[in-house]
Design a protein around this ligand. Structure first.
Ligand code: EPU
Length: 346
């Protein structure tokens, strides 16, 4: 049941709202209050009215959350729309994008305008306002490579902020919004600087191979379509199977730890991750622990990509939670490595 208790032109407030349609795991959970904001102009008043004063969660596309139980507090979703060109010359374009724009629509817009930089990030679910939070990344690109500014409000102080790329302190699946400022920001806009000159990131071997095999010249449309095809083969279609993309982060370990594991797993996959550190592939570790395709009731490890945990239909949040801990425990017992969720658990 949901009751609409207020409906102004640009802000909708519901009580006892069902969250199943708002989380890609498709888990049933109810929140006390659900707020949709359709105009940035409403934000200062909402802050002044104390909308964010209690327990709250800013929800993007719901593709990175696991609701283990009902949410006692207010869930806020930014539904603002608009992509504005702030400036451009022959080389670059600077865009300001509203937080509620879907990431998929933004990538489509950039590909069709031949603005280079986000084509490798095609197919990632969610909204533009969420992309800086965990610095989304795929196929050799991270969104930090193209973000110039993040704009929004601090919730405790109710003050507006504008952060430069450097001030966002981006790292692997991390930023200031996930660390020091966690749960204390409402992002309203993200600014991007994209190249208007042909410029590709083709470090991911599988994508290059597929372009060659299909005799496709390297163009922004072909690269985007190829990344999408590679991605679709490995990851579930979130409109059909409940999941949240990669459930775990790839663990970053000391090179000494990597060398120890190399004795155990000679074909260990790893990437450089800064001075003396290496990033391992959690999917490979889960796979080698024999868990790919393993299922407990309706919770399971996706058979085509072990990094993904899926809800085959009627798993509860608690069942998904128990299952991810089972995966974590098995990987630790086999390899002595702790894999941490990328997904936020509530
Ligand atoms: N691997 C296995 N078994 C598996 C899965 C992976 O052996 O079941 C091995 C692969 O063979 C490969 C290595 O692990 O050598 C890495 O696999 P892959 O290239 O598929 O990437 P990933 O590390 O598993 C990351 C991102 C994905 C992103 C891909 C492609 C994280 C947590 N995940 O996955 O992001 O699409 O790279 O760049 O960093 C997401 O965040 O939701 C997401 C899908």
């Amino acid at each position: 049941m949901h009751v609409e208790i207020q409906s102004f032109f640009f802000i909708l407030i519901f009580t006892h709202h069902q969250l199943k349609p708002y989380n890609t795991f498709m888990l049933p959970a109810v929140c006390d209050c659900f707020v949709q904001i359709e105009s940035e102009n409403e934000v200062p008043q909402s802050l002044a009215d104390g909308l964010f004063d209690g327990n709250h969660l800013i929800l993007g596309g719901g593709s990175n959350v696991l609701f283990v139980s009902d949410f006692h507090g207010t869930i806020v979703q930014m539904c603002t729309q608009g992509i504005d060109v702030l400036e451009e010359d022959g080389e670059r374009v600077r865009l300001s994008v509203a937080a509620g724009v879907s990431w998929a629509d933004f990538v489509d817009y950039c590909v069709s305008h031949h603005y280079y930089g986000v084509e490798n990030l095609i197919g990632i679910p969610g909204l533009v306002g969420s992309c800086p939070v965990q610095n989304i990344g795929a196929y050799g690109v991270e969104v930090k490579d193209v973000i110039s500014k993040v704009i929004g409000y601090r919730l405790a102080s109710k003050k507006a902020f504008e952060l430069t790329n450097e001030e966002c302190r981006f790292g692997y699946r991390s930023s200031i919004f996930k660390t020091d400022w966690k749960n204390d920001v409402l992002i309203t806009r993200v600014e991007f600087v994209l190249s208007k000159k042909e410029h590709f990131s083709i470090s991911y071997q599988g994508v290059v191979k597929e372009l060659e095999e299909n005799n496709l010249p390297l163009t922004i449309e072909n690269l985007a379509a190829t990344v999408k095809a590679v991605r679709d083969r490995k990851l579930p279609d979130i409109t059909k199977i409940g999941c949240a993309g990669s459930f775990f982060k790839n663990p970053i370990v000391d090179v000494a730890e990597r060398d120890r594991l190399l004795q155990q797993v000679p074909n260990l996959v790893f990437y450089p991750a800064g001075e003396g550190r290496a990033k391992l592939a959690a999917g490979q570790l889960i796979d080698l622990a024999g868990l790919k395709g393993v299922r407990h009731g309706d919770a399971g490890v996706y058979p085509h990509q072990a990094l993904v945990i899926v809800n085959y239909g009627n798993a509860s949040g608690t069942e998904i939670c128990d299952f991810y801990r089972f995966v974590q425990k098995n990987v630790f017992e086999k390899f002595g490595i702790t894999i941490e969720p990328e997904v936020n658990v509530f």
